[in-house]
Design a protein around this ligand. Structure first.
Ligand SMILES: *[C@@H]1O[C@H](CO)[C@@H](O)[C@H](O)[C@H]1NC(C)=O
Ligand SMILES: *[C@@H]1O[C@H](CO)[C@@H](O)[C@H](O)[C@H]1NC(C)=O
Ligand SMILES: *[C@@H]1O[C@H](CO)[C@@H](O)[C@H](O)[C@H]1NC(C)=O
Ligand SMILES: *[C@@H]1O[C@H](CO)[C@@H](O)[C@H](O)[C@H]1NC(C)=O
Length: 451
């Protein structure tokens, strides 16, 4: 009898949580609809994506995260010297000299001919998404129209046409434009969406979907005020279109995909998650981006039952989590999450959390807690007991705590890391973070000048 009650109770919880917490992806109903909506084509895509996602998984993520940190510490040391030389000029250099402040940016931003060498960007990614080359091996495609009228046969020149092609493409924009996506934009593999040099706003419509794809770069665009799309017939590749159920209202939804790099994107106010990565998605880096005005910012893993998310490996690097954000930066399940040198200037409930034994290595971030006494804790463990979570490895290394912020650690101390012996930053990591993430969000790049 007790068992029966437990089951009933749990069932109620499962049913109720989605409405309490809000993300559509955590709703069982969503998954039932989703499963029934896959035709044979998508089932095949799912099977091959699953293989790719497993291949992208790194057996020893600890040695790898050490490599990323090495690169950052090298840069910080050289930066410090430079800043001593020219501190007074800092901030005014935009038009005269390169002010790239972190290793990803430094790799391309100082080139005044960045516009002629757009594909150089693909060599710059760090972290778990480091093998992402996007459309580097393909031709350029110039988007000339901001329209999005035909979901099944998108008009050449539109963004939807570009992202549904089979061949690898490096997609850029002829002019500044505001695009309202009628329905979710289903991006095919081997694509770069490069908004540099113009202002590209994706607003007031549906968001991006990366479903069972591999190798996508999204760079330098603004994604604001995203809503659900009603669904219907939508093209997802040159060779296929099909019926889609209502999209969930995410800014960027990464679904069963690998090798994804999101860099210098500005995002605010999406109806569901801002960036969600689910269903075994892995080999992802989200860097240099700026987030504001949102409740549930990032969901990595949608359900405790999706054990496929154990392959999930995601790096968050040099991002600025800014004003009016509430929670989930990110909220993790099962996988391995390296949260490095991000600036958290505000949250209302918590910053980093999760359930189901995720590994979270939080390193050199600056966490500024809100004034609310009840929200000083950075971390949140959902629906679990201390007996269970005490073994989850959640470590805070050289994070800077501001305004009473505190991180509750658990699990083993990090020891098996190659970076430890030549670790060079020990004093003021917080002040470095401000510098490292100073240019988070979409940049204003001008042709013929360092960006
Ligand atoms: C980390 O760097 C070392 C030395 O540069 C290299 O041998 C090793 O393969 C790297 N590890 C990963 C996971 O990339
Ligand atoms: C670190 O940076 C160097 C060059 O600056 C690069 O060759 C190497 O691949 C980077 N390591 C990692 C792990 O990204
Ligand atoms: C791109 O080209 C390089 C070199 O030819 C190749 O090794 C790589 O697999 C290609 N990658 C993609 C995604 O096209
Ligand atoms: C993407 O590019 C790689 C390397 O060129 C290729 O093997 C793969 O089939 C491409 N993916 C798709 C879906 O076209």
């Amino acid at each position: 009898m007790t068992k029966l009650y437990t089951i009933l109770f749990l069932t109620c919880l499962v049913v109720n949580i989605p409405t309490l917490y809000g993300n559509v992806l955590e709703d069982e109903e969503f998954w039932e609809k989703q499963a029934n909506s896959f035709d044979d084509y998508w089932k095949k895509r799912e099977a091959s994506a699953e293989q790719e996602n497993k291949k992208a998984y790194i057996d020893d993520p600890f040695s790898f995260t050490g490599n990323v940190t090495d690169n950052i510490t090298d840069l910080i040391v050289s930066d410090e010297k430079e800043e001593k030389k020219g501190r007074k000029l800092a901030g005014k250099l935009a038009n005269s000299a390169c002010v790239a402040t972190n290793p990803i940016d430094r790799c391309w931003r100082c080139d005044k001919d960045w516009e002629k060498n757009r594909k150089k960007l693909a060599d710059c990614v760090l972290g778990f998404g480091r093998n992402t080359v996007g459309g580097k091996n393909g031709s350029f495609y110039k988007v000339t129209s901001n329209l999005d009228n035909d979901m099944v046969n998108p008009v050449p020149g539109t963004l939807r046409y570009a992202v549904t092609r089979t061949a690898p493409l490096w997609i850029y924009f002829s002019r500044s434009m505001t695009i309202r996506l009628n329905q979710e934009l289903i991006v095919a593999s081997n694509k770069t969406i490069d908004g540099r040099g113009v202002d590209v706003y994706i607003v007031n419509g549906a968001g991006f979907t990366l479903q069972f794809v591999k190798n996508v770069i999204i760079h330098g665009i603004k994604i604001f005020d995203i809503q659900t799309g009603n669904g219907g017939l939508i093209r997802d590749s040159e060779t296929h279109y099909g019926h889609r159920t209502q999209s969930d209202g995410d800014g960027i939804s990464i679904f069963g995909s690998s090798h994804v790099w999101i860099d210098h994107v500005s995002m605010r106010n999406c109806q569901d998650g801002m960036i969600d990565a689910i269903m075994g998605s892995t080999a992802i880096t989200i860097s240099n981006s700026h987030f504001t005005d949102h409740n549930e910012v990032m969901l990595f893993g949608a359900s405790d039952s999706h054990t496929v998310d154990k392959v999930m490996q995601i790096t968050l690097l040099f991002n600025h989590f800014g004003k009016r954000l509430v929670q989930r930066m990110p909220r993790c399940r099962h996988g391995f999450f390296h949260v490095v040198n991000n600036d958290y200037t505000n949250w209302e409930m918590y910053a980093v959390g999760g359930s189901k034994h995720p590994t979270i290595i939080s390193e050199g971030n600056r966490f500024r807690a809100p004034d609310d006494h009840n929200a000083k804790e950075i971390t949140k463990r959902t629906l679990t007991t201390q007996e269970e979570w005490k073994n989850w490895q959640w470590r805070s290394i050289r994070d800077e705590m501001v305004n009473g912020a505190y991180f509750i650690e658990s699990g083993p101390v990090l020891t098996n890391r190659p970076f430890a012996k030549n670790d060079m930053v020990s004093s003021k990591p917080g002040s470095y973070v401000v510098r490292l993430s100073r240019y988070a969000g979409a940049l204003k790049c001008v042709k013929g000048k360092p960006c």
